[in-house]
Design a binder for this molecule. Sequence first.
Ligand SMILES: Cc1cc2nc3c(=O)[nH]c(=O)nc-3n(C[C@H](O)[C@H](O)[C@H](O)COP(=O)(O)OP(=O)(O)OC[C@H]3O[C@@H](n4cnc5c(N)ncnc54)[C@H](O)[C@@H]3O)c2cc1C
Length: 345
Amino acid sequence: MTNPQAGPHTTYRTYRTYRPHRTYTTYKPHFYPSAPPCRKPPRQLRYSLGMEQPPFAFAEPDYPLAPLTRYRVGGPARWALLPRTVEEARAAYAWIAAQRTGGAPLRRLVLGGGSNVLISDCGIDGAVLVTTALEGIEALGNDRYRVECGVELGDLVQDVMLPNNYDGVGGLTGIPGTVGGAIYMNAGTVNGTTCQWLESVEVAGDGGSRTVTTDASCYGYRGQSFCPPGSLILQGVFRFCAAKADQRAVYAHYMQRRREKQPQGYCCGSVFKNPPGDHAGRLIEACGLKGTRRGGAVISPVHANFIMNDGGATFDDILSLLRLCQTAVKQQFGVDLEREVIVLD
Ligand SMILES: Cc1cc2nc3c(=O)[nH]c(=O)nc-3n(C[C@H](O)[C@H](O)[C@H](O)COP(=O)(O)OP(=O)(O)OC[C@H]3O[C@@H](n4cnc5c(N)ncnc54)[C@H](O)[C@@H]3O)c2cc1C
């Protein structure tokens, strides 16, 4: 939401109304019947029984995760925590970090837009902290913005970068998911990445939350070093700078490119990172794997680094195609393909 009193360089948004079930309406139960029975029930059951009920009004039991992911695959979370403010998120994370089941830390997952995760049909037998209600952006002046982790990256581009003609639009245009996920993954393209514009970030971990000043030494290709897996990026401060070229034209160009070159449908984008000096998609295509199917999953005939849920795909369908690509590329080219997608089994 834009504040009409604000100047041209000020974007101000307030927290939107809490809609815990807003993506629940897109839940498509027909994706579940073909899911195989979970292969790990004894361990799951034991962990569930040891887990306390979270003391929060925003906690939901047995919460379906598939509708929260771009793959539309995955079983339920034992508990989903859907905080509405940064304060609630800090409290929720502190509670999760303090939990023990059978002496071991509680299984935890931070979930943003779900655009780069593949979740097991067994679900997550623990706590899943869903960040998508944390949608505040505050203009701090001098081209600096405090951005909460649940803001969609596309909204940051459209509500902040484009109106102010900030540099960096070429790298961030068309990437689905949240700002928290984009910082965690250092999402971007050859034209630039998210962490490039980051000045500092607040990260909650086992010892509480801390603010880290970021620079080029703490991020790289699809990763960073300030937020270990399982920790929570609560918010970041970005500092942008004015671009010389018209960024609306840049935005239109890259949106069009994505429409032309990328397959449309349920997927996680690129499944593998590009190996140095090459493209994972080229290697997979050269192995003749485009169009290969397993159950409801298919290696896209449009772009070989995309594995699509073509309707009713299970976790195992997608995982088996992923492994097929890795094996074939290793055999034919001696190259180890590293996953970009986060697999949670
Ligand atoms: C069609 C399509 C195109 C894509 N194109 C690109 C592209 O061009 N470039 C690119 O880099 N990626 C691309 N992606 C992948 C994906 O959009 C990015 O990785 C995105 O930044 C993930 O954000 P998310 O909120 O969806 O994260 P999720 O999928 O929810 O999570 C991904 C990982 O980030 C962690 N995470 C999420 N939020 C937080 C948080 N607040 N704190 C700590 N950890 C967190 C999760 O635990 C998980 O490990 C594409 C995906 C799709 C579906």
